[in-house]
Design a protein around this ligand. Structure first.
Ligand SMILES: NC(=O)c1ccc[n+]([C@@H]2O[C@H](COP(=O)([O-])OP(=O)(O)OC[C@H]3O[C@@H](n4cnc5c(N)ncnc54)[C@H](O)[C@@H]3O)[C@@H](O)[C@H]2O)c1
Length: 328
């Protein structure tokens, strides 16, 4: 069933490249979501991605109690990206964002960053997270990692009886900008990391090859790379008690949540655990909150996860309320 408000796909007049915006819902307010710049095997895969990710943003804003709807945009990489072409396609994308007249506001996502947002801002006011030296809040990786750590505290209390992860084995799949900050925030835990990029390996943490990350015995698994990692096949081989991480759209389909529950594995939905970045950015850039106040709002994810897991327990393992406003 078609449940999105709008999907617009354009061929850029400067770059000749395809960019698209999907607005899932603006019922709660202007729709927000990152701009993903990525290669896809087929254009239909990009459309599927933008539709799924925009819906996840609606859930994320709702769970975080943010008065915004969900959207997402994709720039389809179909050739080598020179600096000139990057600039051209970003300006094309800014034109597309302007077609929405403020109903869609963009931030960075996989493949884009604060410098790219500054290029968008040359043509549209609807871009968040410019570099700090240009008055923006920069990368949202720090607040995202902080939000995951807050979610981990609540989920650990629920699962292990204490929020202290000292001595617990934690596997982090995806040692990128958020994964690394989570690893560093887990002082005292026995942290093992994994990444398809072998150059990310460091003596500071244990290492497991990416194809083994979802089979390694541990207390906690942190998906921090890509989506679609929790499938019926991977769940069958999981040997952990708790799964909490920032990767968007972790389940291959909604039914996998039931499989996790049946195996006694506590899973915190990614749209709850990964909301720190959007909470922080909107607090600073829309509400004018200072850094500390914005971080306090991010820390509210701990209470949200507490409520979610208590509701789930009361409902015998499932919580329809887990996608509704948890009131951060
Ligand atoms: N950065 C944010 O503020 C933010 C906010 C919400 C959600 N997320 C999500 O969190 C995840 C991580 O974000 P990030 O900003 O750290 O991205 P990143 O690109 O910095 O890091 C991702 C890392 O995962 C690795 N990787 C890719 N495929 C892998 C695989 N199959 N197995 C293991 N490692 C793999 C990459 O080599 C990279 O090091 C993404 O799914 C992103 O959408 C990020």
């Amino acid at each position: 069933m078609w449940e999105h408000e709008r999907l617009v796909v354009r061929t850029g007049k400067r770059s000749g490249m395809t960019t698209m915006v999907a607005v899932h819902s603006s019922a709660a307010g202007p729709a927000v979501g990152g701009t993903r710049m990525k290669e896809y095997a087929a254009i239909t895969d990009a459309v599927t991605d933008v539709l799924r990710l925009s819906k996840a943003m609606t859930l994320k804003c709702e769970a975080a109690g943010i008065p915004h709807g969900g959207a997402k945009s994709v720039i389809v990489v179909d050739r080598e990206i020179t600096p000139e072409l990057r600039r051209a396609v970003l300006l094309d994308h800014a034109d597309l964002i302007n077609e929405f007249g403020g109903a869609y506001r963009a931030g960075p996502d996989v493949g884009t960053g604060p410098d790219d947002m500054a290029v968008l801002r040359e043509l549209t006011p609807h871009a968040y997270c410019l570099p700090e030296e240009q008055g923006g809040t920069g990368s949202s990786s720090g607040p995202t990692a902080r939000g995951v750590l807050a979610a981990l505290k609540a989920a650990s209390r629920h699962t292990f009886g204490t929020s202290d992860l000292t001595g617990r084995k934690v596997v982090i799949s995806g040692f990128g900008s958020v994964g690394e900050l989570i690893a560093r925030g887990l002082a005292g835990a026995d942290v093992t990391v994994s990444d398809v990029d072998g150059s990310r390996r460091t003596a500071e943490f244990g290492w497991v090859d990416p194809d083994q990350a979802y089979r390694t015995r541990a207390d906690v698994l942190v998906p921090a790379a890509v989506g679609g990692v929790l499938s019926p096949e991977t769940v069958e081989h999981l040997d952990v008690k708790l799964v909490v991480g920032p990767a968007n759209n972790q389940l291959t389909d909604d039914g996998v949540a039931g499989l996790l529950r049946d195996r006694g594995i506590v899973w915190v939905p990614d749209h709850v655990a990964s909301a720190g970045g959007v909470i922080y950015t909107l607090a600073r850039e829309d509400d004018g909150a200072d850094h500390e106040t914005a971080l306090k709002r991010v820390d509210g994810i701990e209470a949200t996860v507490d409520r979610l897991l208590r509701t789930r327990q009361r409902n015998g393992g499932s919580a329809p309320a887990e996608v509704s406003n948890m009131g951060i």
